[in-house]
Design a protein around this ligand. Structure first.
Ligand SMILES: Nc1nc2c(c(=O)[nH]1)N[C@H]1C(S)=C(S)[C@@H](COP(=O)(O)OP(=O)(O)OC[C@H]3O[C@@H](n4cnc5c(=O)[nH]c(N)nc54)[C@H](O)[C@@H]3O)O[C@H]1N2
Ligand SMILES: Nc1nc2c(c(=O)[nH]1)N[C@H]1C(S)=C(S)[C@@H](COP(=O)(O)OP(=O)(O)OC[C@H]3O[C@@H](n4cnc5c(=O)[nH]c(N)nc54)[C@H](O)[C@@H]3O)O[C@H]1N2
Ligand code: SF4
Ligand SMILES: [Mo]
Length: 724
């Protein structure tokens, strides 16, 4: 039975997989034992990808919705009608009436996200949306201001660090983000084995903290105060001023910022004991290589930009940025990539949204204003939306509520998905995409291009199995849509013409398809252009090729792409934003006794799209739960298994309670991505219980963090009471 090697595209770990193929079936998936980075590690989701792939619900043909029914149509008809409608809307209402939402899964393909952005540019619209505003835009905003470019993202040097503080991150379940680290538990346990420390700062004692390290409970959405006091203590101990003066600007502005934020003061809202925080800082400073790292737990709060900024300042001024065991900045495969991209202005658009006047971030607007862009009349009102591998109906703030209402108003909604999801359910056209087993790939662009990984490598993998029936590889689907809609990629007519001619050449019978435009040939071009070998050369090394690891010491003074080449410790907009902190602190004090809601990721699901695998939703896994501390449950008169209603000004959900002392008192957790009952295209998921936690999150410009457009998904104040 042939084995084909590929990389899992579900999360950033991008583990190597060995797929057993029988005819057109992938019968079994094992971890690739010889993979240069993952070395035989993969999680249950990657190993069950064939169950997703072979689901009887997979889309095989384009579908068109007529009333409530979906009927099969041909690609030709779909492209013709979508193209005509798009051109008509653009002519009547201008380009900004068209919009694109790029979801999470194909963002892990190398070319598809680039082309999806190119498609939006071709449509001529500024209304491009991505998942970043639910995930990590705060990090891009800070990196652009501190280091000169959004994708300069220092990652902890986990294999050499002596002290790692993980704030709002659960590596055992989520396998981390902004660092490519297969098998993170093993790598983090090794820190302890070397005599180092790992500390998890989290309102929940997570699966990670159960396996290694120490737990430090923090009240949800108060991280910025934790970082303020951390910095306060760092400055009190003093830093190497020579190092700071050499490489950084703005140091003098830090002390006044943190002066009032003593650990005693902030402990009133964070719940972190002042002495515990002081001891943490002492150990951080004493460690021979230490790193503060944060993830969505912080990003999705209401002040993620300020929190991440303070974290980066601390890592920088303590000398941990760009040193072994601290945080490192990967080396792109094109050595001067950041400088080049910065010059061309790529991912650094500086425009603002029509509704709410919010700034774009990495060339996209926050998804939290999508509903308003659709519902607010006037020039530029959004009337058409293309969704590539996304499920905004479940994933975006107040998704099921106002956004669903808005999507129903659209004149054209197209989804390119492997299933007819909750979003597909509302679409006019549903186009059948491929799973990553059906696409050629180079591992996630962030890893392969930027090297944001302790084990950087390059790999090219062919399709494990080809698309079935009329499924189309997303890269090829975007090219076809781009032609049909008169939207030359990146707005470049010459490029459009070249791609078109290339596509046509593939259909010439004489050449037998040997020169056509395929995803494979495009990736081969990328490999050659970046001097990373070729498709053929990589076919000889199916487990990947290691690139030189980062040794640190090559970033400061040479690769910082700010105007003056120095790390900006006090970017004016962030300093200005910090003036809101005293009022925020007072507000926290007032709501100290209220319950706060946080999201929770689960080992057997992935955002909204794994609940259709029967194995993943059997028995007690067939719903999400409200996780609460025994004291909070008792106060509400609730016992384990009771039904409870979680509510706030935005909405209410009724779900079973799971009582656990893993939760910090005063906080409740609810997994996101549930609520599939209306999805007729998901025969298994639609029979599960569970509800969409985003019915409780606020939508609209006023609810978003003003610099990054981040939605607040963590730290929402809620009430929980018994339900019949
Ligand atoms: N409350 C709350 N909300 C959250 C989060 C949270 O923590 N809490 N997390 C946020 C985060 S970090 C993210 S990234 C977003 C995710 O937001 P989205 O990307 O909008 O949502 P997903 O659930 O990942 O939806 C993915 C869709 O892609 C489809 N799909 C899967 N694989 C493929 C493929 O290979 N090709 C194609 N064409 N389609 C595919 C799936 O069927 C599914 O419909 O959600 C955010 N929402
Ligand atoms: N199994 C699985 N793996 C996934 C995903 C999935 O859905 N399922 N999603 C993938 C995606 S799209 C992403 S972006 C990554 C995200 O990866 P992570 O960012 O590691 O995401 P989580 O596991 O949700 O960890 C966030 C942690 O923050 C904590 N938290 C919540 N609120 C706060 C707060 O206010 N302060 C602090 N300090 N902590 C808080 C939560 O309790 C939680 O443990 O995971 C990816 N991997
Ligand atoms: S850890 Fe992530 S990349 Fe690795 S197998 Fe699991 S889902 Fe796939
Ligand atoms: Mo994400």
């Amino acid at each position: 039975m042939p084995i084909k090697y590929t990389t899992c595209n579900i999360c950033e770990a991008t583990c190597g997989l060995a797929a057993h193929v029988e005819g057109s079936r992938v019968t079994r998936i094992e971890p690739d034992a010889d993979h240069v980075a993952s070395q035989g590690y993969a999680c249950v989701k990657g190993l069950k990808l064939n169950a997703v792939h072979h689901s009887p619900d997979r889309l095989m043909y384009p579908q068109k919705r007529i009333g409530d029914r979906f009927v099969r149509i041909s690609w030709d008809q779909a492209l013709r009608e979508i193209g005509a409608k798009t051109r008509q809307l653009r002519q009547r209402h201008g380009s900004d009436a068209l919009s694109v939402y790029l979801g999470n899964p194909i963002s892990f393909n190398f070319l598809a996200p680039v082309l999806a952005a190119g498609f939006a540019q071709g449509l001529g619209t500024k209304n491009f949306f991505q998942t970043g505003s639910q995930d990590c835009n705060n990090k891009f905003v800070v990196a652009q201001r501190m280091y000169g470019f959004p994708f300069v993202q220092p990652y902890p040097d986990v294999d050499r660090t002596r002290f790692l503080v993980c704030v709002g991150s659960n590596p055992a379940v989520s396998r981390m983000s902004f660092i490519h680290l297969p098998d993170p538990v093993r790598r983090l346990k090794a820190i302890e084995r070397r005599g180092g420390r790992v500390v998890f700062v989290n309102p929940r004692r997570t699966e990670s903290a159960r396996q290694l390290g120490e737990q430090l409970f923090i009240r949800p959405d108060t991280d910025v105060f934790f970082y303020l006091s951390f910095l306060h203590e760092v400055l009190r101990h003093g830093v190497d001023r020579g190092h700071v003066e050499r490489h950084m600007s703005g140091f003098a502005q830090l002390e006044p910022l943190v002066r009032e934020w003593t650990p005693e003061k902030t402990s009133a809202v964070t719940g972190i004991d002042a002495d515990a925080l002081r001891a943490l800082v002492v150990d951080y400073l004493a460690a021979d290589g230490a790193a503060l790292f944060c993830s969505t737990g912080v990003n999705q709060g209401s002040r993620g930009t300020l929190a991440f900024w303070l974290q980066e300042v601390i890592n920088a001024i303590t000398g941990n940025l760009d040193r072994q065991g601290g945080t490192l900045v990967g080396q792109p495969i094109v050595p001067d990539l950041m400088r080049i991209l910065r010059k061309t202005g790529n991912t650094m658009r500086a425009d603002r949204s029509r509704v709410g006047d919010l700034p774009s971030c990495v060339d996209s607007f926050p998804a939290g204003i999508l509903a308003d862009e659709i519902l607010t009349p006037g020039p530029g009102q959004v009337r058409a939306l293309f969704v590539f591998s996304g499920n905004p109906v479940l994933s975006v703030p107040n998704a099921g509520g106002r956004l669903t209402e808005a999507l129903r108003e659209l004149e054209l909604l197209v989804t390119v998905d492997i299933f007819r999801s909750e979003t597909g359910q509302l679409a006019h056209y549903v186009l059948p995409g491929t799973t990553s087993l059906q696409r050629p790939n180079i591992p996630f662009v962030f890893q392969s291009f930027m090297g944001a990984s302790p084990t950087p490598y390059m790999q090219y993998s062919d399709r494990v199995v080809p698309p079935e029936a009329e499924q189309r590889d997303e890269v090829e689907a975007i090219l076809a849509l781009s032609h049909a809609c008169g939207a030359p990629l990146f707005g470049s007519r010459p490029l459009g013409a070249v791609l078109r001619a290339w596509q046509r050449a593939g259909r010439l019978p004489l050449l037998g398809g040997s020169v056509g435009l395929t995803h494979e040939r495009l990736l081969d071009l990328v490999l050659r252009a970046t001097k990373q070998g070729s498709r053929r050369s990589h076919q000889q090394t199916p487990h990947g090729v290691l690139r030189a690891p980062h040794e640190g010491g090559d970033f400061l003074g040479s690769r910082v792409v700010t105007d003056d080449g120095r790390v900006q410790l006090a970017p004016p907009e962030l300093v200005a934003m910090a003036s809101t902190l005293p009022a925020a602190f007072e507000a926290e004090l007032v709501q100290r006794k209220r319950l706060k809601l946080v999201s929770k990721r689960e080992p057997l699901s992935h955002n909204s799209w794994m609940h259709n695998v029967p194995h993943f939703v059997s028995g007690r896994h067939a719903t999400n739960y409200v996780y609460m501390h025994p004291d909070d449950a008792a106060a509400a008169g609730l016992r384990d298994g009771d039904m409870a209603t979680v509510s706030n000004a935005v909405g209410a959900l009724t779900l079973p309670v799971a009582v656990t002392d893993d939760m910090m008192p005063g906080s409740v957790a609810l997994p996101h991505g549930w609520g599939h009952q209306e999805a007729s295209g998901l025969s298994v998921a639609s029979t599960t219980g569970g509800q969409n936690v985003n019915l409780l999150s606020h939508t609209g410009p006023l609810a978003l963090e003003p610099l990054s457009g981040m939605a607040q998904l963590n730290g929402l104040v809620v009430d929980v009471r018994g339900a019949p």
